[in-house]
Design a binder for this molecule. Structure first.
Ligand code: SF4
Length: 469
């Protein structure tokens, strides 16, 4: 597809680009584990031949540390993050911004090992360098603590015969005049989402079997698809589905809602006014920025709260948004505590997320732990009637996400009209603000962030209104 039909490739989203950029900066940081090296990275992706030549020359010249070393053997190119010579022996290090060694890393490493050694450079070890998510930062960044180095030599040595056998097969595919015939399958998203799914999956109808949700839904969807059953409506009544899936398919076939009024009444009866509808936005980065922070820890940078003092009464709105590039925690917590009062139910959608952020804040600010705990005791999860399918509409398409529940319950309200319409984009936009020089872009982005978060809590107000009718 990349060779013959590159136009069908999906554009890289802002969130994906942010992940790639993070990978690049983690790679640069890991070079500090082996300081003083020479850089063989290419000026652009078309210049790897020069990198191969530069790497060869650096090795010949007796360089001890080479970053982005490139090798080529039998028309296969491999670039390696860090190549180190210790006591005359070569050690390879490949850096990943992940927090564990994944199978895909081993496949990459096995190919790198194959190309490097076949190209003539013997390696005595090959390690994956990845993020240690137990590291808690205090003061300056401790690079040695931030990374874990794990040798994968034994695993990749075992894989060498497979690599040698696979290369001619893959070359044969590349030589074909057109794209090989390949049906859609779990390989479209595992181990990574493919860039061509928009193209390959476009033949599926609306309300397809891939809308099935719940346990093993993916496997069941493919099983049905392979039997020629493409639409939810065509799923045979005797096909084995779990309770939630059965409900989803039945409601879809009949077009009828499913409401367990008794369970819903129990849920509503526990709510005490004033109600607070609360939502946090967070970002996470591989390299902890502030004292007490760990890699990839969720950092709350924004909240929105709508307060309603009586059923159907007017709303009061509270919100707070940090300055990007500053430690948000203290001000976030102080502002939040001042907005939440001391009585009344606090509703969050998927409240375990907000609850975990409050736990983190209590850890960072132990003197506020009691006040935080008091908030947590008042919290109720607005998602629970939807997750437990006590209230289900066919338009929810088996999902209990607010993004699906809201338009199903309140059709004139959805996130499509917003400049920032999901949590991932909000995180990326906020984090990138610290690098933005254009004041008007900063202002527009902050406005978009405020509107997005406010929409989340207003959505919760409207959803509860619906549950009450
Ligand atoms: S979407 Fe699936 S079938 Fe299409 S190219 Fe990607 S992996 Fe292959």
């Amino acid at each position: 597809m990349y060779k013959h039909q590159p136009d069908y490739r999906a554009a890289v989203s802002n969130s994906q680009q942010a992940i790639f950029d993070q990978g690049t900066s983690v790679g640069k940081l890991a070079e500090q584990l082996f300081p003083g090296g020479v850089d063989a990275r290419p000026v652009d992706t078309y210049s790897y031949q020069q990198s191969v030549v530069d790497t060869f020359n650096y090795v010949q010249a007796g360089q001890k540390v080479i970053y982005e070393a490139a090798f080529q053997y039998d028309q296969v190119l491999a670039a390696l993050d860090i190549l180190v010579q210790k006591r005359g022996k070569w050690h390879a290090f490949e850096v990943k911004s992940s927090t564990s060694v994944k199978d895909t890393f081993l496949q990459d490493a096995a190919l790198q090992y194959y190309v490097i050694t076949q190209a003539g450079l013997p390696l005595v070890d090959f390690s994956i360098v990845y993020i240690n998510n137990e590291y808690e930062r205090y003061g300056d960044l401790d690079i040695a603590q931030l990374f874990t180095i794990e040798s994968v030599l034994d695993q990749i040595l075992e894989m060498q015969p497979q690599i040698a056998a696979k290369i001619p097969q893959l070359k044969a595919v590349l030589k074909q005049k057109k794209v090989p015939e390949q049906a859609i399958g779990p390989h479209c998203s595992d181990p990574y989402a493919c860039d061509f799914t928009d193209h390959c999956w476009q033949h599926l109808p609306e309300d397809s079997v891939f809308d099935l949700r719940g346990h093993s839904a993916g496997a069941k969807s493919f099983e049905l698809y392979e039997q020629g059953i493409y639409r939810l409506i065509d799923i045979p009544d005797d096909y084995p589905l779990n309770g939630g899936q059965l409900l989803q398919v039945q409601c879809h076939k009949t077009g009828e809602p499913h409401i367990n009024q008794e369970a819903l009444n129990d849920f509503l009866a526990q709510l005490e006014y004033p109600l607070y509808f609360m939502d946090f936005e967070t970002y996470q980065v591989a390299v902890p920025e502030w004292d007490g922070a760990r890699p990839y820890q969720q950092f709350p940078f924004q909240y929105s709260v709508h307060r309603q003092d009586s059923p159907g009464g007017p709303l009061t709105h509270f919100e707070w948004l940090a300055q990007s590039g500053t430690d948000p925690r203290k001000d976030f917590l102080a502002n939040l505590l001042s907005a939440m009062g001391t009585t009344g139910t606090i509703l969050a959608y998927n409240s375990s997320f907000e609850n975990s952020r409050l736990n983190d804040l209590a850890y960072w600010f132990p003197r506020k732990a009691k006040a935080i705990e008091a908030l947590q005791e008042r919290m109720v999860d607005l998602m629970s009637p939807f997750r437990s399918k006590h209230y289900y509409l066919p338009a929810m398409k088996g999902s209990y996400s607010i993004k699906q529940v809201l338009p199903a319950l309140v059709p004139n309200m959805n996130y499509d009209q917003l400049a920032i319409g999901n949590g991932g984009d909000a995180s990326t936009a906020f984090y990138q603000l610290q690098f933005e020089k254009d004041a008007s872009v900063v202002e527009q982005t902050r406005e978009a962030l405020l509107r997005y978060c406010a929409m989340d809590t207003e959505a919760m107000v409207r959803v509860l209104e619906k549950l009450n009718t």
